[in-house]
Design a protein around this ligand. Structure first.
Ligand code: SF4
Length: 101
């Protein structure tokens, strides 16, 4: 018997890393992604591959974020409404990251 888990997560509104396996037309279709660590808001779920996801209607959530230096991070969870992901140089990063002041 399969079990579905429903949780509230910030959505990944857009991701411009079109070389990632989970990317379809600049949208992330993983179930949930992980961002981390410290002050480095890299997308840990990104990996280069031709697109494989069949779940084109699904929009990814932020399952976990280890970026404690971000003002949206509380207890290793993201509390932003939604995030954008994209390239900064060669790295794929959370563009919604905002350093704590
Ligand atoms: S907005 Fe901040 S807390 Fe949310 S995923 Fe991005 S870096 Fe993590």
């Amino acid at each position: 018997m399969s079990m579905k888990i429903t949780v509230e997560m910030p959505q990944v509104s857009k991701c411009t890393a079109t070389n990632c396996a989970y990317n379809v037309k600049q949208g992330c279709h993983a179930r949930a992604i992980t961002i981390g660590d410290g002050n480095q808001a890299n997308c840990d779920s990104h990996f280069d591959s031709s697109p494989h996801t069949k779940a084109n209607a699904r929009v990814a959530g932020v399952g976990a974020c280890k970026v404690t230096g971000c003002k949206y991070n509380d207890d290793f969870e993201c509390n932003a409404q939604a995030i954008n992901v994209g390239y900064v140089g060669q790295a794929v990063k959370c563009m919604t990251f905002a350093a704590r002041s």
